[in-house]
Design a protein around this ligand. Structure first.
Ligand code: HEM
Ligand SMILES: *[C@@H]1O[C@H](CO)[C@@H](O)[C@H](O)[C@H]1NC(C)=O
Ligand SMILES: *[C@@H]1O[C@H](CO)[C@@H](O)[C@H](O)[C@H]1NC(C)=O
Ligand SMILES: *[C@@H]1O[C@H](CO)[C@@H](O)[C@H](O)[C@H]1NC(C)=O
Length: 537
């Protein structure tokens, strides 16, 4: 008996020493960042992490607790460290570090994870280089006719909804209509396929994308659900639903890609006249998947990979854009100032009769630009980003040295940074597009004191270029930034020039949910009144 006891103790002690050895670099970072305090806080942090591990509460709780800790903050999780960053200098360092280009294992919880968004290492580098041309300025600019025609259909849909006029409708009802229109644009520009989703989505494709993203959010914060058997055992309903949705979307995208590819090969075989293309052919070649079919023909990509890319592109482009537009409309509807009046005046002057919106108009719509930036700042569509640390690296810009060990997980909290008084002044949590106009004025003519927003001049001067990151930054920033901003603006012009948006809801009452893109727990309490303008002249 004695011997066994001793042996057990010895084993235990050995394991403890091994674990401590494994964790030594993590403890070193904790010490370097927060000294003794950081070490002593660990049990509190573990506890807070454990009880809040759900997308429904994690963002709220992080916003609430973060102020009580000195940041950047390191939390030991097993043999890794979770590094929480919410300041521009830290963001700048991480987003530009070659050691932080990969996504983490947590993001494997995504249901489409084989596209560019999740590619790692060399594969990502190659893929990004291959796909960059598909998002060039000229190509994106050539989609304006699609943005406009689908935008007009969307306005018609809003007009033809009998219950939309004058009565308050749920935010989520408007979101449904809008997101179907954005999905139609995505299918047209990414896969070159007309879908009619704006009017009809029988198969609930748009809804399925959204549900899968929500389920993905759960699997990101609870990574054990990524193990299929565990998922089936612990959350059978969610598991079944995710399988059903994934099957539906795979068939949907797979069908389109296969047909398109067959036609593309036929065209290639028959014509082969790449030079003497007619205009419809020219249009075709600008479509995202048509461009990557070329890569497949060269043997650079398989058909499977093309389907994965198309799937992930449709998902990210559709959900982020439609959510961003809804968040902007929410800011607009709840604004008590003259934001809506100014927008309408500017739009009426530059886009008479709510007609075609082109690139030239967008460049002149300065207030719209400030409005869009401000809504992306206050309500960041993608609240948090995660990065995997592939090699030890130095967190620069700090007085003391801080080495982040390999395999750490970096949490970049864009959401809270963009609402932080330290970078955005006392009115950081208020919606005020003027701050972006002031900043612009400042940049144009240094030395003039254009005031008007509640922040001081010094604050604006001190503003770090990494304090506003709705599309992330660095090598792995959003590839669809331009595309996203263009659709957002075209759709907003169409909506604002036709309707008046109003809501009695107050933005301070929003309860934030991190469902990969920003959602609200109390979305059902938000009522919108969407009214056609009184006789637009
Ligand atoms: C307003 C809308 C959008 C917002 C707010 C947004 C935001 C972001 C953010 C924050 C990232 C970085 C994620 C990270 O670092 O973890 C990202 C990456 C990405 N976005 Fe967007 N995005 C938008 C629209 C789009 C559109 C329209 C497309 C495609 C057509 C797109 C495609 C992508 C892709 C492929 C990546 C991954 C890039 C890479 O890993 O190399 N996004 N986006
Ligand atoms: C789109 O759906 C609407 C509503 O059902 C239908 O009336 C219309 O004909 C459809 N258009 C196309 C091109 O399929
Ligand atoms: C967020 O995702 C969870 C998990 O699927 C879901 O239960 C919840 O309803 C979603 N919340 C919102 C506000 O969309
Ligand atoms: C700057 O502000 C001061 C005081 O607010 C004012 O007197 C002055 O005219 C302003 N200067 C310019 C160039 O706007």
């Amino acid at each position: 008996m004695m011997h066994l006891n001793v042996a057990l103790w010895a084993c235990g002690a050995l394991l403890a020493v091994l674990l401590a050895w494994q964790q030594r670099k993590c403890w070193r970072l904790i010490w370097q960042l927060n000294g003794w305090r950081g070490v002593v806080q660990q049990p509190v942090l573990w506890f807070l992490l454990c009880i809040n591990l759900h997308p429904n509460s994690i963002l709220e709780k992080v916003s609430q607790y973060r102020v009580h800790f000195q940041r950047p903050l390191a939390v030991l999780v097993g043999t890794r460290v979770l590094l929480y960053i919410d300041d521009p200098a830290g963001m700048e360092c991480v987003l530009n570090a070659p050691e932080c280009l990969d996504k983490t294992f947590l993001q494997d919880g995504f249901f489409v994870r084989r596209g560019l968004l999740h590619a790692r290492g060399q594969k990502w580098k190659l893929r990004r280089k291959q796909l960059n041309p598909a998002f060039s300025h000229n190509i994106v600019a050539s989609f304006f006719d699609v943005f406009n025609s689908v935008g007009n259909q969307m306005v018609e849909q809003f007009q033809s909804q009998p219950n939309l006029h004058g009565q308050a409708v749920k935010f989520t009802a408007a979101e449904d209509l809008l997101s179907r229109a954005v999905l139609e644009v995505s299918c047209l520009t990414i896969m070159g396929t007309p879908t009619n989703f704006t009017q009809l989505d029988d198969a609930h494709i748009a809804h399925s994308y959204k549900r899968l993203l929500e389920i993905s959010a759960v699997r990101v914060v609870k990574p054990w659900l990524q193990i299929r058997q565990l998922h089936r055992l612990l959350a059978p309903e969610l598991y079944e639903e995710s399988r059903r949705c994934a099957k539906l979307l795979e068939d949907f995208v797979g069908g389109i890609v296969r047909t398109k590819h067959r036609n593309w090969r036929l065209r290639d075989a028959v014509g082969g006249e790449k030079s003497g293309e007619d205009s419809s052919n020219g249009w075709q070649r600008r479509i995202f998947i048509e461009q990557i079919f070329q890569l497949a023909a060269n043997g650079e990509m398989t058909l499977e990979e093309i389907m994965d890319e198309a799937q992930s592109m449709v998902l990210v482009s559709f959900e982020t854009v439609s959510n961003s537009i809804m968040l902007a409309l929410l800011c607009l509807a709840t604004n008590k100032g003259d934001c809506q009046r100014r927008l309408l005046a500017e739009i009426r002057a530059l886009v008479p009769d709510g007609g075609q919106v082109g690139l030239e108009q967008l460049q002149q719509l300065r207030y719209l630009d400030a409005f869009v930036s401000e809504s992306l700042r206050l309500l960041a569509t993608v609240p948090m980003n995660l990065r995997h640390v592939s090699r030890d690296f130095q967190l620069a810009g700090r007085q003391r040295e801080a080495i982040v060990p390999q395999n750490s997980i970096v949490v970049l909290d864009t959401f809270n940074m963009q609402r932080d008084e330290r970078w955005w002044g006392a009115n950081a949590k208020q919606f005020d597009p003027q701050r972006f106009l002031d900043q612009e004025k400042e940049q144009l003519s240094q030395g003039q004191n254009g005031s008007g927003s509640g922040e001081t001049r010094r604050q604006r001067d001190r503003r770090h270029s990494y304090s506003f990151l709705p599309f992330s930054n660095g090598l792995r920033s959003c590839i669809g930034r331009r595309y996203g901003l263009f659709i957002m603006k075209v759709f907003l012009v169409k909506l604002i020039s036709n309707f008046d948006f109003h809501s009695d809801f107050e933005l301070e009452k929003l309860q934030f949910v991190e469902n990969i893109s920003l959602k609200f727990k109390n979305a059902d309490d938000i009522l919108l009144t969407i009214q056609p303008h009184k006789l637009s002249t």
